[in-house]
Design a protein around this ligand. Structure first.
Ligand SMILES: [Zn+2]
Length: 80
């Protein structure tokens, strides 16, 4: 079973279980995917939020405001 996060054309997100990706394709072809919020059939797979930088790769660079010393008033105060 695969859990897909789906998104309708009104930007509602919901989840549906499928046996496999072929079942998703078949249901999409048959317009059997319906948004539970608004009944919209313009439903597509939502882009899953990428899980970046948790297990490998370089950590994201710290935000910077160009004044490395004493930048208490900048937008990043307290973050660096
Ligand atoms: Zn909707």
């Amino acid at each position: 079973m695969i859990l897909y996060t789906l998104r309708c054309s009104h930007d509602h997100h919901f989840e549906e279980w499928f046996s496999n990706s072929a079942e998703y394709d078949a249901k999409k072809q048959a317009a059997a995917l319906v948004c539970p919020d608004c009944g919209d059939k313009e439903v597509a797979k939502a882009i899953m939020a990428p899980n970046v930088g948790k297990s490998h790769g370089a950590p994201a660079p710290a935000p910077t405001c160009g004044t490395p010393m004493g930048c208490g008033g900048c937008a990043y105060a307290g973050q660096h």
